[in-house]
Design a protein around this ligand. Structure first.
Ligand code: TXA
Ligand code: MG
Length: 357
């Protein structure tokens, strides 16, 4: 049985937090909101508890977890050495959506890091997450609280859709404010390497660490290997996703054409796109939409990428629940948090991209 406790995201009830912290201390699994997505937490110092995370998610044991701590002062409990760039980034962006990879302390069990000599660590900004870690008094290992390869959960309902009956407790603190996962920077190498775009933008990082190595695209590193787990199928709905890239007008034109062709072949089609594109597509697909063959859902306006990020996974899940065979996705451009949106759509598409000239 999975219990759900509702908690105020701004002023979490200490009794509720104490109950959740007790579950963590006893080796159980608690899903909780962070500012990025919901995490599935266990005591990072308890290998059996951490193993349960992998079982509940169906996650391969080769994909390492992020360790969450309550304060930057606890970094020394997790890292054996804190490189200068890691210290600068932690001071600038914690608490917040940034994960740093640093050399690991021997006290962190191998199951957390998939046997790697490094560990991923972050201080989340969400009040519920911080209160939980402070009260539990231990570092908390937590991946996103979804079944392996499914889109990350931004609401407690998403967690239950994937993990009901497989975990002990969900703290329902409402929708998460950022909506895409933390940015990951590998500080075990110098200069550091951006491994996953996320809530802290590339532009913010470069202002502080100009030498930062930025991978051009997920899995296609210029100079470095991608993070473990990053090449695996990720963030994927059940429908087969194709990502369209190019100038918005040309992309809308091409998607309209592909929709008519796919519908002619008998496919049911979902469109996941910025608001502007959904509006531009509406007249082109009106007849098919009226017959129920095509649904288009907007995840937010292109001119407001923050909102688009917040709604991305929720919209992807809702569209997928309508049961399309194929999903045609359009991103919002690669500036600021748009880079994280593009990265997640690319992974959902497992590399299927149509580049429109
Ligand atoms: O926003 C987030 O980061 C959320 C919330 C819950 O904090 N967590 C999250 O965790 O997205 P997860 O497990 O879904 O993604 C973490 C990724 C792993 O897939 C892995 O690629 C990378 O972090 N990672 C973890 N430890 C690593 C290590 N030692 N070296 C390289 N990459 C690592
Ligand atoms: Mg994940």
């Amino acid at each position: 049985m999975t219990r759900t406790l509702v908690v105020d995201p701004e002023r979490p009830d200490p009794d509720v937090i104490a109950e959740a912290a007790e579950v963590i201390r006893r080796g159980g699994l608690v899903a909780f909101p962070t500012e990025t997505v919901y995490g599935l937490g266990a005591n990072a110092l308890d290998p059996d508890a951490v193993r349960r995370i992998f079982e509940a998610k169906g996650r391969p044991s080769t994909d390492p977890l992020i360790v969450h701590i309550a304060h930057v002062g606890q970094l020394g409990q997790v890292a054996s050495r804190v490189p200068a760039e890691a210290r600068a980034l932690a001071l600038a962006f914690w608490a917040g959506p940034l994960t740093l990879i640093v050399p690991k302390q021997p006290s962190i069990p191998d199951v957390v890091t998939a046997g790697l000599p490094s560990v991923a660590v972050r201080v989340p900004a969400h009040r519920v997450a911080r209160a939980l870690m402070e009260t539990a008094g231990v570092p908390v290992a937590a991946p996103s609280a979804n079944r392996f390869s499914r889109p990350s959960p931004t609401r407690a309902e998403h967690v239950l859709d994937d993990l009901d009956g497989r975990i002990d407790l969900v703290l329902d603190g409402g929708p998460t404010p950022i909506g895409v996962e933390s940015t990951i920077v590998d500080c075990t190498v110098s200069p550091p390497v951006l491994r996953r775009p996320g809530g802290i933008t590339r532009e913010q990082l470069l202002a502080l660490v100009p030498a930062l190595v930025v991978e051009s695209r997920a899995g296609e590193a210029d100079t470095a290997q991608p993070a473990p787990g990053q090449l695996l199928r990720h963030y994927a709905p059940r429908a087969r996703v194709t990502l369209y890239e190019g100038a918005p007008e040309a992309v809308v034109e091409r998607v309209g054409r592909d929709v008519r062709q796919l519908a002619g072949q008998g496919s049911r089609i979902g469109i996941l796109a910025p608001e502007e594109d959904v509006m531009a597509l509406a007249p082109r697909i009106a007849a098919l939409a009226a017959s129920g063959r095509v649904t288009a859902r907007a995840f937010g306006p292109r001119r407001d990428p923050g909102q688009a990020a917040r709604r991305l996974f929720d919209t992807m899940r809702a569209l997928d629940a309508e049961g399309p065979d194929v999903m045609l996705a359009i991103g919002v451009g690669a500036e600021a948090i748009g880079a994280a949106i593009h990265d997640r759509l690319l992974r959902a598409a497992e590399g299927r991209i149509v580049r429109v000239p």
